[in-house]
Design a protein around this ligand. Structure first.
Ligand SMILES: Cc1ncc(COP(=O)(O)O)c(C=O)c1O
Length: 501
């Protein structure tokens, strides 16, 4: 006898229905994961369709005799990880199935102990903050450049890094992102050299950069410049399944034993073999055909960039735009600003979805961000540019103009460079803040209070406020005005934020 509810409503599957609806629409995918739904014939050519489609349930097992053990690998997993290390140029590579979030958490746990300091670029992803909370580590911030035109963070510079390390000579290590969600890469070679000159550990979040080592026209990967720990988000830019990540080590500053110990604490004890097999597949594809396939998509992306930049009112981010500040751009991220059309990225994203059946990775107040991977074909990439050109020609549908009026005040108040003008004041460790008694207060009243939560526009997940940090009026203005433009936040609910009581 079933002791649980057997109400009629138990017969429906809302999530399955939503997923089915999405699949049936056959949306053109300019978003993660990097396999793009397996539609590229290369997947079949490589004989991989059966592993991914037919064997998804049959292969959904966990550690059984002959299948090795992720937490103590000696057989097939050991060999697959060895091949991955070889392909990426790492000394040791770990397969991780709880996302790059888990790779980042375990890296932070492995290199620090409670009370240590770590220097973090102030535009890091919220996954880094989770690691600081778990480890009880105190963050000190590295200033970042902001691009005012596209309203995006660019990343840390050699000067800002040196400044932080001079001010805080006692940090254990340094964490920054390469490239960021918008494809912008800081000068990793210079940054890693500086970190090592100060005898610190260089940890790089390459959640968006797993493809970097496989084509010479792409920005440098941390592994190519001897970074100590590099987290490669396999599912984002390589054809691997969601939640997969490679955690790479190079050199002797970080021990593989410490990483294994941290992973044993925070990673599942039932790793999915479907996910791990997809890491093996992604590594093989990247190593054997990555250069050729990436070459094709980079060429298509450059053609699309040129076309987009010829359209009145449209601006597409290019390497030239960021080069003068010492940054590089990964062309497989098409960052398209609609500002010249007085349209927000949200409005443009809606039009792409509704009129052109295109789903982009995300949109913000200014841009839409379309992600390309080695699984995209030229006609699709140019099709995206064509759809943008139609939007640029047609403008808003009649009667729908000024969905979100962009007054000067609104633009100024939601200006990222205003938020990033001063380095944040960290009043206690993130761990102390999240374990302290919290109080929900209106966002407008939060300036001067200490945040008990991570506040982050999502996506892209770049932190606005870390727990333990003093909230400024620039931050509260940003939250209020960005919310009114359609930005979603983690850590803000019904215009309230959690502060230390
Ligand atoms: C820069 C960055 N780092 C880390 C992560 C976390 O990766 P995952 O979603 O695989 O846990 C993300 C996710 O979007 C990210 O953008």
């Amino acid at each position: 006898m079933n002791r649980c509810s057997r109400d009629r409503e138990q017969y429906v599957t809302p999530l399955v229905n939503a997923l089915r609806e999405y699949i049936d629409k056959e949306t053109k995918r300019f978003h993660f994961p990097g396999h793009k739904g397996g539609r590229n014939p290369i997947i079949a050519d490589l004989g991989l369709t059966d592993v991914w489609e037919t064997h998804c349930l049959l292969g959904d097992v966990t550690e059984l005799p002959g299948l090795d053990d992720l937490h103590a690998p000696q057989g097939a997993i050991y060999e697959a990880q060895r091949l991955a290390a070889l392909a990426f140029g790492a000394d040791t590579t770990f397969f991780v199935v709880n996302g790059s979030t888990c790779s980042i958490h375990s890296a932070i746990l492995a290199v620090s102990k409670p009370g240590d300091k770590i220097a973090v670029s102030r535009d890091v992803h919220k996954a880094v903050i989770g690691g600081l909370i778990l480890a009880g580590v105190y963050p000190v911030y590295i200033d970042v450049e902001v691009d005012k035109e596209f309203q995006i963070p660019l990343g840390p510079t050699p000067d800002s890094l040196r400044h932080t390390l001079d001010e805080h000579p006692d940090v254990r290590g340094v964490i920054f992102t390469n490239p960021n969600y918008y494809g912008v890469s800081p000068p990793v070679d210079l940054l890693v050299d500086i970190v090592h000159d100060y005898d610190k550990i260089a940890l790089i979040d390459e959640a968006h950069g797993a493809h970097l080592p496989f084509h010479e026209e792409l920005p440098l990967s941390g592994l190519e410049v001897q970074a100590d720990v590099v987290v490669s988000g396999a599912h984002k830019t390589l054809p691997a399944m969601t939640q997969t990540s490679f955690l790479h080590l190079k050199g002797s500053r970080v021990s593989d034993k410490d990483i294994s110990r941290a992973l044993a604490v925070i990673e599942t004890t039932s790793p999915s073999y479907v996910l791990m097999a997809s890491l093996d597949i992604a590594r093989k594809l990247a190593a054997t055909r990555g250069s050729e396939l990436l070459g094709r998509v980079i060429e298509a992306a450059r053609k699309a960039q040129l076309k987009l930049n010829e359209m009145p009112g449209i601006k597409c981010l290019t390497g030239d735009h960021v080069a003068s500040k010492g940054f590089r751009h990964d062309p497989t991220k098409l960052v398209v600003s609609f500002n010249g059309l007085h349209m927000t990225g949200f409005e443009a994203g809606d039009m792409l979805r509704q009129k052109h059946n295109i789903e982009v990775e995300f949109q913000d107040m200014v841009n839409v961000i379309a992600v390309l991977t080695m699984m995209d074909m030229e006609e699709d990439v140019l099709g995206f540019a064509e759809a943008v050109s139609k939007i640029a020609q047609d403008g808003f549908p009649r009667g729908q103009e000024t969905l979100l009026p962009r007054s000067d005040t609104q633009t100024v108040l939601a200006d990222l460079s205003r938020v990033f003008k001063e380095l944040p004041k960290q009043r206690m460790t993130p761990r102390e803040a999240v374990f302290s008694e919290g109080k929900l207060i209106k966002t407008e009243e939060a300036a001067g209070r200490i945040s008990a939560d991570t506040i982050v526009p999502y996506p892209p997940g770049v932190i606005l406020v870390c727990p333990g940090q003093e909230i400024t009026s620039a931050v509260t203005d940003f939250i209020v005005h960005a919310t009114s433009c359609g930005v979603g936040f983690h850590g803000v609910k019904d215009n309230h934020v959690l502060v230390v009581a």
